[in-house]
Structures are given as structure tokens and as C-alpha cells.
Design a protein around this ligand. Structure first.
Ligand code: ZN
Length: 382
């Protein structure tokens, strides 16, 4: 893929481009970035760029034979290693990435921002844990010691390097002293899970989350969302493009609507509908419930800012704004603090497997009680 197809990350791109132009490409680099930041996409673009026969100062040409093969992930000098599982458990055959190369091409071409879980789902790993095996590490060493087929550089991309485990130590020597014109690009999300022996042998390329401006730009231009909807996705995705794609592709009620409905039922003191809402929300699963609480926390934050400086610059729109105004008219410092704490605790407990139905019942009772007290006190001031 071209650099221009990677969302944002201008500073990282410039650094990589400069390293090629100044002829000081490090032979072992770790592209380290959180989920949805584009670490793999950048590694693919970089691999394509260094072997492009006609590159410019800002990008690969996209049309030379090398680029065409790179784009299809079939370049003979660009090798891929990624987590896989043994096709037959108990079989003598080692688990090698090459057994899954067709699926890999298909999955990455469809979404270079994929997460390890997307990949394992795609290859039907079900509950099997994927890993990069010792045999795969030996295959990497073997491949890199062969001469190149057609390009100057041999590139080895190792995706989800945190899953190398201690087998990764097999690679230490080649990371330290690779054959000439070899570039090894490790791609990882979580620094804490990487072997320190590997970390210390790589130049680290830190990749930040996608900026809100770049995300918005992509949603408007590539996905052609309406501005209002796009801003909402930007806010929820928090710099994670994989999450943005998930939101765009999901047709279920989003967190904002779910939250609004919840609060409205509490304000109206509509118990039968509230119980239905709780049952529905329990069925949505923990990930969705966690997102609901993250949204609730954002809502509180926007309200607090709005109370001080007005809602004109808020992310909230229309219906959300009306709900915010309702709270702003009634809530003050301590109330916000309490609400924020409740949502934070709820998020914490859901993550640690609290019983969701009991949690939503208790939380609804607490918030409902407080809302009711506000109505009474407001009536008393009239
Ligand atoms: Zn090219």
C-alpha cells in the first residue's frame, strides 16, 4: 500500500521517508502503536517504498512491477510472519505462517487495520491461541539468508511480535547482524508483552493514535459520512480506526441512543420500560456495556464543560444537547462528581465480570433516586 493510503501519521511517514532518502534505514525496526493506529499499514507502505523502482520524495509510485506485487502482498522479497495455530492438534507439522498466507492476503487487503482477534476469527482459530512458533522463527532466518529474487532489499514483516514469546530469542542474532540489505519490521501493539531482548535490538518507531482531524477527514472523504455522524464516530473511536470501522458497520443502536433512552426512562420514572431496557442492555454483552459507560463518562464531561462555558463547542448534538440541558439545569459540582464516579465504578465492575443485571438495577435505582430528589427540590424553589 502507498503511504497516501495510510490514515494521517504524517510525522511518522516523514521520518520513514527521510531515513530512506538519507540512506540510513535501520535493519531492525519495531513499529509500535495501539490498536487501530495503523502500525501494520505503515509497515506495508514502508516495505513497498524501499523497494519501489520509481519512488518520489513522498511516496512509492504505485505502478512499477515491484509496487504492484507489494500491493497484492505477493512480492517475493517481502516476507510475512504472523500468529497462526497448528492445523491439526497433535500433528508433527509445525504451525507456519506460510500455511495461512492466502487467508493473510485476503484479510490484510480487506483491512490492514485488523486486530489479532479479527485475524484469529478469520482463520477460524475459535478458542485456539495464535502464536509465532519456534519453527517460524527458524524459517525467517532461513529465508533471510537466501539472496533476494528481484529487489535490492529483503523485507521481513513480523506482525503481532508480542506473540513471539520466548521463541523470539531465536531471532536475536539475526536482529543484531542481519545479512546485507535486509530490513526486519516488527509490528506490535503492547510494549509490555515484548521480550526486552527484542526491544533492545530494534529501533523503535512509535506510532500514536490517529488524530481526530485525520480521522474526521477520512470519515468524510473515504466513507462519505455526514459531518454530524462523522464527528460522533470520531469521538467514540478515540483514535482507533478499527473501532471507527466497527461503529460504521454496526447497525445496532449506538451508545448515545441507548444512554439517552436510559436517562429518559429514569427521568420519567417509567419502571416497566426501564426493566425492559435493562434486560435488553444485559443481552448486548459486556463490550457494549463498557462502551455505554465510556459514553456516559464523556456525556458527564461535556455537561460539566457546558455548565461552565456553554454548550456551543460541545460534541453533543440535538437530542443529546436537550438531555444535557436537563441535567445542567439541575446538577452542580458534587452531583457531577458522584455521577462520574458511579459510571467509572460500573465500567470497572463490568470489566471484572460483575453480574450485569444486578449492576444495572442498582445503578438505575441510585441515579433514579437522585433525579427524583432533584425534581422535588426544584419544585420546592418555585
Ligand atoms: Zn513503485
Amino acid at each position: 500500500m502507498n503511504f497516501s493510503s495510510v490514515i494521517g501519521q504524517q510525522q511518522v511517514k516523514e521520518k520513514l521517508l527521510l531515513s530512506v532518502q538519507q540512506n540510513r534505514v535501520s535493519h531492525a525496526q519495531l513499529f509500535l502503536g495501539p490498536e487501530g493506529s495503523g502500525a501494520l499499514a505503515l509497515a506495508l507502505a514502508f516495505a513497498q517504498y524501499i523497494n519501489c523502482e520509481n519512488r518520489t520524495e513522498t511516496d512509492s509510485c504505485g505502478t512499477c512491477p515491484s509496487c504492484i506485487k507489494s500491493q497484492k502482498l505477493i512480492h517475493p522479497d517481502i516476507h510475512f510472519s504472523f500468529p497462526v495455530y497448528k492445523l491439526k492438534s497433535g500433528s508433527e507439522n509445525p504451525a507456519l505462517s506460510s500455511d495461512f498466507i492466502k487467508q493473510w492476503r485476503e484479510a490484510v487487503l480487506a483491512n490492514p487495520y485488523q486486530h489479532i482477534n479479527d485475524w484469529l476469527d478469520f482463520i477460524n482459530a475459535e478458542n485456539k491461541q495464535g502464536n509465532v512458533s519456534a519453527d517460524e522463527c527458524r524459517t525467517i532466518i532461513h529465508q533471510l539468508n537466501l539472496k533476494t529474487f528481484e529487489s535490492r532489499y529483503k523485507v521481513q514483516i513480523i506482525w503481532m511480535a508480542e506473540l513471539l514469546g520466548k521463541e523470539g530469542n531465536i531471532l536475536l542474532k539475526i536482529l543484531e547482524e542481519p545479512p546485507a540489505d535486509t530490513v526486519i519490521l516488527l509490528v506490535a501493539e503492547n510494549r509490555d508483552l515484548l521480550l526486552t531482548t527484542i526491544l533492545s535490538r530494534c529501533q523503535i518507531v512509535l506510532i500514536p493514535r490517529v488524530s481526530d482531524d485525520d480521522m474526521l477527514d477520512t470519515l468524510l472523504k473515504i466513507h462519505q459520512l455526514e459531518k454530524e455522524g462523522a464527528m460522533k464516530v470520531v469521538r467514540q473511536a478515540e483514535g482507533n480506526y478499527r473501532e471507527a470501522l466497527r461503529i460504521i458497520n454496526s447497525h445496532e443502536e449506538d451508545e448515545a441512543d441507548l444512554f439517552k433512552r436510559w436517562m429518559r426512562l429514569l427521568i420519567e420514572y417509567n419502571q416497566p420500560e426501564l426493566l425492559k431496557w435493562i434486560d435488553e442492555t444485559v443481552r448486548l454483552g459486556r463490550e457494549k456495556q463498557k462502551r455505554l459507560f465510556r459514553y456516559a463518562l464523556e456525556f458527564v464531561r461535556e455537561c460539566v464543560i457546558g455548565q461552565h462555558s456553554g454548550l456551543q463547542n460541545s460534541f453533543l448534538h440535538d437530542d443529546e444537547m436537550k438531555m444535557a440541558e436537563w441535567f445542567i439545569g439541575r446538577y452542580a459540582g458534587e452531583d457531577w462528581e458522584e455521577l462520574r464516579r458511579w459510571f467509572e465504578e460500573a465500567h470497572y465492575h463490568i470489566e471484572r465480570n460483575a453480574h450485569p443485571k444486578i449492576l444495572f438495577m442498582n445503578l438505575s435505582a441510585r441515579i433514579g433516586q437522585r433525579i427524583n430528589a432533584k425534581k422535588v427540590s426544584l419544585a420546592g424553589t418555585r
